[in-house]
Write a protein that binds this ligand. Structure first.
Ligand SMILES: C[S@@+](CC[C@H](N)C(=O)[O-])C[C@H]1O[C@@H](n2cnc3c(N)ncnc32)[C@H](O)[C@@H]1O
Length: 475
């Protein structure tokens, strides 16, 4: 039964994609299903195939469907604590890290009807002053919903929409005309609205602050990951990302690291510069010890080294093998002076001959990782490293060392597995949290619709009463 329901909603989404080019497949299925059912109930249609017919016959219905699917719930200074952190900590840090006149590029992605980007504008103008704000700041505010963008561009809001704006900010940044509060025109010029589909379009680049709140949670984990990779690209190296209160990034720690986890403020993780290789220096005691004592010391140290190590001369003859190597490969005194190709060591636990040829031609170290050695029940894993020993530019010999990485590998495997399990558990939890939050937003949006209908009814009622009174007075 569920599969059949799925197939029909798939057909509907496919029809929307074919006819309007909008792809809802990256959105969480549960939310899409709820929204489609809601719209179908409103137009009194029971089945998806009937609804497809309805869409074909009623040209205005696509806009209604998009309005239902793209939830535009928003507010000025939504979650006030997050905006306080932005004003008190994030903006001052961003400004301090940049030259005084440098431009600041901000992206409000999923900006709905503009309350969010205008809130960002107010926060920055309050910290920087209006003049510096006008000179330096550009806020790119994007959404996929053209209708919402249209409202946003006007920057005009009803009294109930401006209720959460602090009084001083309302007086400073808005002008009142008739029944509307309009965001100041001179500052509005710094906010550039445009359509951008987070799933399909290229991101805006060189961004210092990216605000994307209560939008990612509508997408599946896979699509969220894809969008976050784009956000990573969009941000400059020390750029900051601000998400909504129920959006977390624990499974994307490679891309973003928290600055203020509670307020969902993150910094872009820069690509780590490749570390210089550590050079191990040979150390000569230089304390007057005789050559023979020095040599003995070196040989003894070599012998007790914990990893297996053998040394060949320039012609490939075995000249030294430390105790671990002798034990590991069953080497005896008689093996000293034998060419390596005569020893089992040359092909077990790993084929060395071709590598030795390469090394003598190219004079560069060669590493062979994760070589398995020993019987199945006592199997060990080693990294084998062949290092040319050079003198006056020529090859004097070759050191072959075997580093036992069995325990490290096991630990690494366990860490990777635990991390995967943790990520999986976290993703499930996160999906549940987001599910709750989206349901909440859907309820809020339905509530707003009811309020509007109520207001309309009230005004009709008032009109009727006026007419009634007029009639009474004329009688
Ligand atoms: C719940 S609103 C959030 C508004 C605002 N960011 C806030 O937190 O108050 C989600 C917004 O995401 C937008 N949206 C949905 N899908 C999108 C997409 N693929 N690309 C860009 N915006 C999208 C919707 O149109 C809607 O305006």
């Amino acid at each position: 039964m569920a599969a059949r329901a799925d197939a029909t909603i798939d057909a509907l989404l496919d029809f929307v994609k074919q006819s309007r080019g909008f792809d809802f497949t990256g959105y969480k299925r549960s939310s899409i299903e709820r929204r489609v059912s809601k719209r179908m109930a409103e137009v009194e249609v029971d089945r998806c195939d009937e609804y497809i017919d309805y869409l074909q016959l009623n040209s205005g219905e696509f806009a209604e469907l998009f309005n239902t699917l793209l939830i535009n719930t928003t507010a000025f200074f939504r979650d006030p604590q997050a905006w306080k952190i932005l004003a008190d900590d994030v903006v001052p840090q961003l400004l301090a890290a940049r030259p005084p006149d440098s431009p600041l590029r901000i992206w409000s992605a999923g900006c709905a009807s503009g309350e969010e980007p205008y809130t960002v504008a107010m926060v920055f103008a309050r910290v920087m002053g209006d003049v510096a704000f006008r000179d330096r700041v550009k806020i790119y505010a994007t959404d996929v919903d053209e209708e919402a963008l249209d409202q946003a561009r006007h920057g005009a809001y009803l009294p109930r929409q401006i209720e959460d704006i602090p009084r001083d900010a309302l007086e400073r940044f808005f002008e009142q005309t008739d029944q509307r509060f309009v965001f100041r025109k001179d500052l509005r010029r710094c906010v550039i609205f445009g359509r951008n589909d987070l799933v399909q379009d290229a991101p805006i680049s060189h961004i210092d602050l990216l605000v994307c709140r209560n939008t990612l949670m509508y997408f599946t984990a896979e699509t969220q990951a894809q969008i976050l990779r784009r956000f990573h690209f969009a941000l400059d190296d020390d750029g900051v990302l601000m998400l909504g209160k129920s959006e977390m990034l624990i499974t994307h720690a490679d891309l973003f690291t928290p600055i203020e986890l509670k307020s969902r403020v993150f910094r872009k993780v820069m690509r780590v510069a490749r570390r210089e290789r550590t050079r191990v220096l040979a150390f000569d005691p230089g304390n007057g010890a005789s050559q023979t004592v020095g040599e003995t010391l070196r040989e003894t140290a070599f012998d007790i080294g914990s990893g297996a190590q053998v040394v060949l001369d320039a012609s490939g003859v075995l000249v030294m093998a430390n105790e671990t190597a002798r034990r590991m490969f069953g080497l005896g005194v008689s093996d000293s002076g034998r060419p390596i190709q005569d020893l089992e060591l040359s092909y077990r636990p790993v084929e060395l001959r071709s590598h030795l040829d390469t090394l003598s031609k190219e004079l560069r170290p060669i590493e062979i990782k994760s070589v398995r050695t020993g019987a199945a029940d006592r199997e060990r894993v080693v990294d084998v490293r062949l290092t040319p020993l050079r003198s006056d530019g020529g090859l004097m010999g070759t050191s072959i060392s075997y580093l036992d990485v069995t325990e490290a590998r096991k630990l690494q495997d366990e860490v990777t597995r635990s991390k995967r399990e943790l990520e999986h558990a976290y993703e499930e939890l996160q999906t549940t949290v987001e599910e709750l939050e989206t349901t909440n937003e859907e309820l809020q949006s339905t509530n707003e619709e009811l309020e509007t209908t109520n207001e309309e009814l009230q005004s009709t009622n008032e009109e009727l009463e006026t007419m009634n009174e007029e009639l009474q007075s004329s009688n």
